[in-house]
Structure formats: structure tokens, C-alpha cells
Design a protein around this ligand. Sequence first.
Ligand code: HEC
Length: 154
Amino acid sequence: MKRILLAILCLGVVVRLAGAQAVDTPAPPGNYVPSLGDIMSAMQLRHFKLWFAGRLKNWDLAAYELDRIKSSFADAMGFYPGIPVADMTAMGPPAQQIDEAIKAKDSKEFARAFGDLTVACNSCHQAIGRGFIVVQVPTSSPFSNQSFAPAASK
Ligand code: HEC
């Protein structure tokens, strides 16, 4: 009986430890490689959310979405080294300026740098023969299931 109790206790500790892992700790690597189109669709979503977060001065959310976009850049370059690296690195300076605008809470600079980022998206699409994929600064939100305004408590 004591042994069973001990085993249950140990199991409890293991479960607790597993539960303490950060929510974004990745699962062990498998063989899943997202298609470039899927990475780009995620990028499109984040490009959109970044814009609305910045527009509504939700700077925490904007910083988060910018970070997610950067991770999509890294995925695209890591999984698809064949895409023009020069065009990918061209996204660096506008992303950096967006980062600075977010830190400075500067809406005007944010909008300007966001425009530059969008130009960089399209110049790669043109360079790679996908000029028919035209990204633009969002005009309205199709997402009624997420609020982009800062939380009321702030
Ligand atoms: C270095 C090149 C490059 C850059 C930079 C780039 N893209 Fe792309 N994008 C591609 C390529 C290549 C495809 C086509 C992928 C395919 O056909 O599988 C694509 C496809 C897309 C698509 C179509 C996906 C679909 O399934 O409809 C969207 C949307 C898109 N990109 C958005 C963006 C956005 C937003 C940015 C900037 C934040 C961006 N892209 C920057 C190369 C790039």
C-alpha cells in the first residue's frame, strides 16, 4: 500500500513538473514542415493583426505580433533557402523601425514603417514571379472574434 501511495505521489510530481513548462515550449521535433504558402498565410494574418494592434495603440499586442512575424520570416528562410534571401532581409529595416515605433508608442512612425514593410512583402512576390499576390495595408477587420483594442484595465 505504501508503495502504491509513493508511486502516486511520484506521478503527481512528474505531472506537476510537466505542467510547469512554458506554454510555448515546442513539442519534440517531428517531420512536419509547413508549406511556404502556409507560412505566408500566417504572415498575412500577423501583418493584419500587427496593423490593427498598432492602429488602436495596443502596443503590447503590436510587439507580440511583430515578434510572431519575425518568427515567420525565420521559418520561411530556414525551411525554404531557395527564396531570395536579399528580399527577405529587405524586411529587416522596416521591421526594426516598427519595433522602435512600438517602443516609442509613435503611431505616425508606426504607420510609415508598416507601409515600408508592406512594400518589402510585395517586392519579393514580384521578384519571385508571384506579382499577383499583392499585400496592402488593411482597410477593415474581418476578425470579429478578437479585440485589438488595449484591455480596459490598462
Ligand atoms: C523573400 C520573399 C518573400 C517575402 C519577403 C514575402 N513573401 Fe509572401 N510569398 C512568397 C512566396 C514565394 C509565396 C508563394 C508561396 C507558394 O506558392 O507556395 C508567397 C505567398 C504569399 C501569400 C499567398 C499565400 C496564400 O496561400 O494565399 C501571402 C498572403 C503572402 N505571401 C503574404 C506575405 C506578407 C504579408 C509578407 C510580408 C509581411 C510577405 N508575404 C513577404 C515570398 C515572400
